[in-house]
Design a protein around this ligand. Structure first.
Ligand SMILES: [Zn+2]
Length: 383
């Protein structure tokens, strides 16, 4: 059964396209990581050499509030230096990614100012994902050796991939993606760690995942003789790898959803719904940033055939769930308390919450459980 579901997915060419394209981003990230880390270290060293103010410690334990930072003299100087090296200083800079008192000692804390939202808890280059590195290269002028047009094209493809409906992309799309990756990777010919990236990407994109299916079928039918045993083992392992790839890609999607940008309201809402539809079950829920109100949250709960979204409102007394009713909803001191409250007691008009669909859950259980999930998702046709 499990294998049959995986086989069904791997027989869907456009789904395997999606999976392989996502895999390429991880290959790219591994190659880019040492380069961006070294480059940022050098950039950080240059900044420190140029300014005595930057070499002195933060005076006020400065902390961004939301996306704004009005820091001490030292942190303001760091802010100016970062903006001076930003390709789009007038665009939104995600100061809330950073802990300014570390700017003096940690080059990666500076790098995070050039990245998409959601980096605040990421400590160190090796914890970053592909879009974080790509955006750093795109926005920071210290990466002048890379043509920003080429990196932007890869970012654009990556965003299309992550928001593709039904987790599928066409062959034409793949061809374009391959070209974009090639052009981008060619910029790094002088970087030793990038030397094999182009080849690995080529291998991944030409890999035929449907060949695993024959092995999976044999396992299901139990029609094995001695001669097939070697094949059996290798297919089994490959199947497990593919399941792991799926889990990793999902983890990234989930991570992005939790910190989705404000401007893309519709696709963000759809992404949340798709994720819960496909990987959750009744009662699965996730908490995400509100796409329309910064600092507010939405609670999304799956109750087939729908994914219900509730806005969480903050008042002086704490948090409550916005409801279309005359009954005043209870207020909880913290978000955690609110969720616990609704998990414990069923409330009329609210879909019951059972399990959070969170990053840990994806990491720990989807790697295994993902294979058990339904491939034919009937609820997706409801919308
Ligand atoms: Zn400061």
């Amino acid at each position: 059964m499990v294998r049959a579901e995986l086989a069904a997915r791997l027989n869907d060419r456009e789904y395997t396209n999606w999976l392989k394209a996502g895999r390429c981003l991880l290959i790219l990230k591994d190659g880019l990581l040492p380069f961006t880390d070294r480059h940022m270290r050098a950039f950080h060293g240059d900044l420190l050499n140029q300014s005595a103010v930057l070499r002195s410690p933060c005076r006020d334990s400065c902390k961004p509030r939301g996306n704004k930072l009005s820091g001490c003299k030292v942190c303001s100087e760091w802010q100016k230096a970062i903006l001076r090296h930003h390709r789009q200083p007038d665009a939104t800079v995600n100061w809330d990614n950073c802990f300014p008192p570390y700017w003096r000692t940690d080059h990666w804390e500076v790098a995070k100012a050039f990245m998409p939202r959601g980096q605040a808890k990421v400590k160190g280059a090796d914890k970053c994902d592909a879009p974080a590195l790509l955006n750093l290269i795109n926005y920071c002028t210290y990466f002048s050796s890379v043509d920003p047009k080429l990196v932007r094209e890869v970012i654009r493809c990556r965003n299309e991939l992550m928001h593709s409906s039904e987790y599928r992309v066409t062959d034409d799309w793949m061809q374009h993606y391959w070209t974009a990756l090639n052009h981008f990777v060619n910029q790094f010919r002088h970087v030793p760690e990038m030397a094999t990236v182009g080849n690995k990407i080529d291998e991944m994109l030409t890999l035929n995942l449907s060949i695993y299916v024959s092995g999976l079928d044999q396992m299901d039918s139990g029609g094995l003789d001695d001669g097939l045993e070697v094949d059996f083992v290798s297919h089994k392992e490959s199947g497990a790898d593919v399941g792991q790839w799926e889990a990793e890609l999902l983890e990234e999607m989930l991570q992005e959803l939790l910190h989705a940008a404000d401007e893309d309201t519709d696709s963000q809402t759809q992404d949340t719904e798709r994720l819960l539809e496909r990987f959750g079950y009744d009662g699965s829920f996730l908490l995400r940033d509100s796409s329309t109100v910064r600092g507010a949250y939405c609670l999304c709960v799956r109750k087939a055939p729908f994914v219900h979204t509730y806005r969480l409102l903050r008042s002086a007394d704490g948090w409550c769930l916005q409801q279309d009713s005359t009954v005043r909803p209870p207020t909880f001191r913290t978000l955690e308390a609110l969720i616990e409250g609704y998990r414990r007691a069923a409330v009329v008009g609210i879909a019951p919450l059972t399990d959070p669909l969170d990053k840990t859950r994806v990491r720990n259980s989807l790697g295994e459980e993902f294979l058990y999930m339904e491939m034919n998702n009937s609820s997706s046709s409801v919308y």
